[in-house]
Ligand binder design. Structure first.
Ligand code: HEC
Length: 169
């Protein structure tokens, strides 16, 4: 049995040492996390990426057209077709027609307005498509050719007409 005061000093020392130990551990942990963050940031570095590409480059490369690899790659790049992006009826409608036909402004028959579309649909799809493609100065207003998007193909505009008609019957 020792002096009770002596004993309490002993425990506070233990606690102090433990606290220092925990703090040191936390600092080490923060350092490791910081290091990880630095590493992930440097992965976006073009120089780092180039080095990785160089490291994983295959040993042997074959030029399939019999030319050098560089020429071969150039040929492939030059002949690559741009991906054809044909838009669907709803897609065309949303970018080229909805401005007028959504709310039905400027004399445009609103999409979904069955009464307004009934006599127009009754003309038949050939005339309807022609008016959408060529434009129409009608009794209620002016419809610009292709709704103003002359860069879109006839097929895309016709798909949009079909979409409007489906929504308005
Ligand atoms: C700037 C406004 C505007 C835009 C954009 C527009 N339209 Fe129209 N559209 C009109 C107006 C106005 C009319 C009614 C013309 C009339 O009959 O007097 C009309 C009428 C039509 C008709 C009926 C034609 C007929 O014979 O009765 C169709 C079909 C049509 N639009 C399709 C489209 C399509 C498809 C698009 C998108 C590619 C489009 N419109 C974009 C204003 C617009």
């Amino acid at each position: 049995m020792g002096d009770p005061n002596q004993r309490s000093v002993h425990w506070s020392t233990v606690i102090t040492v433990a606290a220092i130990g925990i703090a040191a551990g936390l600092f080490t942990l923060l350092g490791v996390v910081g290091e990880l963050n630095r590493n992930s940031a440097s992965r976006n570095d073009p120089e780092y990426q180039a080095a990785v590409l160089e490291n994983i480059r295959p040993f042997g490369r074959v030029a399939v057209t019999g030319q050098s690899l560089e020429e071969d790659v150039a040929v492939k790049v030059a002949t690559a077709e741009p991906a054809a992006e044909v838009m669907s009826g709803p897609q065309v409608y949303n970018i080229a027609c909805i401005a007028c036909h959504g709310p039905g402004i400027g004399g445009a028959p609103a999409t979904g307005d069955v009464a307004a579309w009934q006599p127009r649909i009754a003309q038949g799809s050939i005339l309807l498509n022609e008016h959408a493609l060529q434009g129409l100065q009608g009794d209620t207003g002016y419809m610009p050719p292709k709704g103003g998007r002359v860069d879109l193909s006839d097929e895309e505009i016709i798909a949009a007409v079909e979409y409007i008609v489906r929504q308005s019957q």
